[in-house]
Design a protein around this ligand. Structure first.
Ligand code: E4P
Length: 217
């Protein structure tokens, strides 16, 4: 399973990348706004900076919702760097645009996936990735990880090549459960990635080893 970091924060991207386990980055308009980035030129420049930091797929989301607008915006984003993946919302014109990008060799990430039907449609259009929003599904009282398992099963039966990118991850357990359910990628906040490191017995064990090491140091 690939690890992406889900942020537009450069310090966090660097910290995750320094671990040596990072395969890519996902962003969305809310994450970009959180970093105080204003204006289309600044947005393009920010994506360029991220592409310079991480050697892997970088999802950059369009904000147009009509076919022509999505294509125009997506082409500009894709021109920034060969690692840019154009992130397109799961709407009618979005599906049309994903098909167009697929036919023109541009990678896509179909975002805001909340059902298996949406994931089938995105795969039919040739999306490189689909992003089911695990945390938001859990928040609404359903089981997000179950959706990952369902999509994984369908894609494997049907032979779809689209990769399942588990998004809206809230904690380390989500990452483990998504790995079990067949996600190809997990995009996670830095805290959730670092959460995988933690176990109290590791801390207790290390403290004891270091204490005992003093006896022969
Ligand atoms: C990433 O691709 C998604 O936009 C992101 O994971 C959504 O996360 P949230 O539900 O925490 O906003």
């Amino acid at each position: 399973m690939k690890f992406f970091i889900d942020t537009a924060n450069l310090a966090q991207i660097k910290e995750a990348n320094d671990l040596g386990i990072l395969d890519g980055v996902t962003t969305n308009p809310s994450l970009m706004a959180k970093e105080g980035i204003k204006g289309s030129e600044a947005v393009l420049q920010h994506y360029k900076t991220i592409c310079g930091l991480v050697d892997g797929d970088i999802s950059a989301e369009v904000i147009s919702t009509d076919f022509e607008g999505i294509i125009e915006e997506g082409k500009k984003l894709a021109a920034i760097h060969h690692n840019i993946v154009v992130k397109v919302p799961m709407i009618k014109d979005g599906i049309k645009a994903i098909k167009w990008f697929t036919d023109n060799g541009i990678k896509t990430n179909c975002t805001l996936i909340f059902s298996a039907g949406q994931a089938i449609l995105a795969a039919k259009a040739g999306a490189t990735y689909v992003s089911p929003f695990i945390g938001r599904i859990d928040d609404s009282g359903w089981d997000g990880v179950e959706l990952i398992a369902q999509i994984s099963n369908i894609y494997s039966i049907q032979g779809f090549k689209t990769e399942i990118l588990a998004a809206s991850i809230r904690n380390a357990l989500h990452i483990i459960k998504c790995a079990e359910a067949g996600a190809n990628v997990c995009t996670c906040p830095l805290d959730s990635i670092l959460g995988l490191l933690k176990h109290p017995l590791t801390d207790i064990g290390l403290a004891k080893f270091l204490e005992d090491a003093k006896k022969f140091a």
